[in-house]
Design a protein around this ligand. Structure first.
Ligand code: SER
Length: 317
């Protein structure tokens, strides 16, 4: 497939960090332009600062680098968005419009990440279907529902080749999440490996859909590489990996680190979690483009602990 340059927004974020590296592995370092609001770290080979609200700069970068695809990952997540709803709305929506307009003008393929946050308290929580009530209770969720619908609109009206999945909580060792409700499921591993007690901001029995980073990256690339006719849903696909509660992940970690302790101090994020599904029916993703997750809780836990042990061992030596 002729991809031209691939532009990633939010490339320094939790998913962007890992996705950018994988895109570079597949297509070559110089084929992937990473962008973010600011430079971070040292491994950004081809990097430009980009505020997604700045559509002139976006256009200039598209022209300069002959961009053919955009992975639009820049967004304000669920918990952080609640601190400043209008700001979150502005970044999430105006940012997406700039991307969709550029895609329309330049004929680009776009990836838009949606989320389990599109669902709310009126939605069935177990095996939540693709076409369920979408009445989210966070500004993040509202922006993702609107975003999904705008993606479908740009596809239907202007033929924009836009593709999207509703990510569950994403767990990985290479990067840290920021401002989400599912962040606990990454933080808990860092505390465990450092030998510290973890204070969890959700209730012990708060079950949420989750996915390991390698599954999330593979799903994203499989969707983006699928033939256009296979992508029959142009709003956003339900996507499932696994699901678990804080108590279950703590027990799984204790199989490797018996002394690990978790305490519980639920905050406002518990209410957000309680409005989200426990598990997701991703039958359309499986049927349309062959989606199949590989990692369950046991595999995630073993792999996370192994990598984080290496990471912390290297950082103290
Ligand atoms: N991980 C996200 C959040 O917690 C959900 O998409 O906000």
């Amino acid at each position: 497939m002729e991809t031209g340059t691939i532009l990633v927004t939010g490339a320094n974020g939790q998913i962007g960090t890992v996705l950018t590296a994988e895109l570079r592995r597949r297509y070559g370092a110089s084929a992937v332009l990473s962008t973010d609001i600011r430079q971070a770290g040292s491994n950004n080979i081809l990097f430009e600062e980009l505020d997604v609200l700045d559509k002139e700069r976006l256009s200039a970068l598209i022209a300069k680098y002959e961009v053919r695809q955009i992975y639009h990952l820049a967004a304000i997540l669920s918990a952080k968005g609640e601190q400043n709803p209008k700001w979150a709305w502005e970044i999430n929506m105006a940012g997406l419009f700039n991307i969709l307009e550029a895609a329309k003008d330049h004929g680009l393929r776009v990836f838009f990440p949606s989320s389990i946050a599109v669902f709310g308290g009126m939605t069935p929580r177990v095996n939540t279907p693709q076409y369920a009530v979408l009445q989210p209770e966070t500004v993040y969720g509202i922006s993702k529902v609107a975003g999904e619908n705008w993606c479908q609109y740009y596809h239907q009206k202007y033929g924009v080749d836009v593709r999207s999945v509703r990510y569950p909580g994403i767990i990985g060792y290479e990067s840290l999440p920021g401002g989400g409700t599912t962040d606990y499921a990454v933080e808990i591993f860092h505390y465990a490996v450092k030998g510290q007690t973890y204070e969890c901001f959700l209730e012990p029995d708060s079950r949420l859909p989750m996915m390991y980073m390698p599954d999330a990256i593979r799903a994203t690339l499989e969707l983006m590489e699928a033939p256009p006719e296979a992508v029959k849903i142009r709003s956003s696909y339900n996507l499932a990996g696994t699901n678990f509660t804080p108590a279950e992940i703590a027990r799984e970690i204790q199989k490797h680190i018996p002394g690990f302790a978790v305490t519980y101090k639920p905050d406002f994020r518990q209410q957000i979690a309680a409005s989200w599904p426990e598990s997701i029916d991703d039958g359309y993703a499986r049927e349309h483009w062959g989606w199949e997750p590989r990692y369950g809780l046991a595999e995630i836990t073993a792999d996370m602990l192994e990598h984080l042990r290496e990471y912390y061992a290297a950082s103290v030596s």
